[in-house]
Design a protein around this ligand. Structure first.
Ligand SMILES: [Zn+2]
Length: 442
């Protein structure tokens, strides 16, 4: 790989930018690619080997080739909507596509092991693939990380390094550790090789429905960019005539990419969609360019719509993490604005399984604290104020403790103020609270 501007060579490791500042991009000989050959091969990332880096040995767990499911919500909206279910990859997320290529390519350079900076999914995935390749995995993850992903890292025997508040803070640290210890770094912000694997989503979508719109949860921008690159290559080999419109979705708490596309105020606060909590995405420039070039747009979803997204996808039979749940509220919003046309073929990318998410597990909190459940049951009957709740609880407790439970329930969005009478604040269940309570009743 040679920098098109200054001619510097990169082989083991391909950074996003050349030392001269030029954005690097891995390219192939597009003149000889016959996509007709793909059909006869086994499904999965490596089916598209002409458009992947050459490797001596493939480290695979049969990633990619994930199902494309027709979404019922499309019928309600009178649109053709499909869910690309990336939760069905070996470790439960789209990152397996990145890691199979990163690990296979990096194998000759990884005697001391691999490293990745990740909010969770890529780390869990590297842990599995490095184990398979008989290599050590070092994973740098932020302080807040989904528990299920952490369990995967531990199960696969990765060395876990907790660092910083959001994943972008881990990126430079991983780069540093890689240099010091001779590790092969597959963090997409440091080495773009793995994005070649991620782009294969685009090839699969093209083979299945050739979409007109792809709705993509966007954190670091790497998934969006790689899907764009995949379609761009389909354009290069003459398989398609125009790019599908790419739609970047972020939350209103943290929207550095969407805000630039939409020209709105930027926010970089904590979002419980942990995969989308990237304050300063390295791939911002590439992601913004990809969306604009495709003629797409961005959508900002409210933090309180994440539960709705999760619930609506659950109705489809697909259980996703919050970072993926954003695609449904985004779809509804664009549909309400009349953005789509009747014949459009719209794909929602869901990136990661809900089974391994939950940083602060709301469900678990409830299985521990029976008092909270009792409070919810009381409030189901009628709105009550604090002292009244305390009186109605059967077991003796200090009022302060009950007050604390009420405050926590409120902060979890399970109860809210119904009204005030004098100094008494009456509480009632929120919709979310009612839903949770229903889950506990036969
Ligand atoms: Zn250069």
């Amino acid at each position: 790989m040679r920098c098109p501007r200054c001619g510097r060579e990169y082989s083991s490791f391909i950074p996003p930018r050349c030392l001269c500042g030029e954005l690097l991009e891995i390219t192939y000989d597009y003149s000889n690619v016959d996509p007709g050959k793909w059909k006869s091969r086994e499904k999965g990332v490596w089916r598209y080997k002409e458009l992947l880096p050459e490797v001596d040995e493939i480290v695979t767990l049969k990633e990619g080739g994930t199902p494309l499911v027709k979404a019922k919500i499309g019928e309600e909206l009178n649109l053709n909507v499909y869910i690309k279910d990336e939760t069905r990859n070996p470790t439960g997320s789209f990152r397996d596509r990145l890691v199979t290529v990163g690990v296979s390519y990096g194998l000759p350079y990884s005697d001391n092991g691999f490293i990745v900076a990740s909010d969770g999914n890529a780390a869990a995935s590297l842990a599995a693939y490095a184990a398979r390749a008989n290599r050590e995995a070092f994973v740098v993850v932020p302080r807040r990380v989904d528990k299920g992903k952490l369990i995967q890292m531990i199960a696969f025997g990765a060395k876990i390094i907790r660092y910083g508040d959001s994943v972008d803070e881990c990126v430079d640290y991983a780069k540093e550790l890689a240099k010091l210890n001779g590790l092969y770094d597959i963090t997409p912000e440091n080495n773009i090789i793995g994005l070649e694997g991620q782009k294969t989503v685009a090839f699969e979508l093209w083979e299945e429905i050739n979409p007109t719109h792809v709705v993509i949860p966007t954190g670091s921008g790497s998934n969006l960019y790689s899907i764009y690159k995949g379609f761009k290559e389909l354009l290069e080999i003459g398989a398609i005539e125009e790019l599908p419109k790419l739609i970047a979705v972020q939350t209103d708490k943290c929207n550095p990419i969407a805000s630039e596309i939409l020209g709105i105020k930027q926010k970089r606060e904590f979002t419980k969609a942990l995969g989308l909590y990237v304050k300063d995405p390295v791939n911002r420039e590439r992601a913004v360019k990809a969306v604009k070039e495709s003629g797409g747009t961005a959508v900002v979803v409210r933090e309180d719509e994440l539960d709705l997204g999760e619930k609506l996808l659950a109705k489809e039979g697909v259980f996703v993490e919050y970072a993926s749940a954003v695609v449904v509220p985004a779809l509804i919003k664009l549909s309400n604005e009349g953005y789509f046309e009747k014949d459009d073929r719209i794909v929602l990318i869901v990136t990661g399984s809900g089974l391994k998410s939950y940083y602060i597990d709301e469900r678990e909190k409830f299985s521990i604290g029976g008092t909270k459940l009792k409070i919810l049951k009381l409030l189901k009957e009628k709105p009550m104020y604090g002292y009244e709740i305390w009186e109605n609880l059967e077991k003796p407790m200090k009022y302060q403790a009950v007050y604390q439970h009420i405050k926590e329930l409120e902060s979890l969005g399970l109860i809210e103020e119904a009204c005030k009478k004098g100094r008494k604040i009456y509480y009632k269940l929120t919709e979310k609270g009612q839903r949770l309570l229903e889950n506990f009743e036969e």
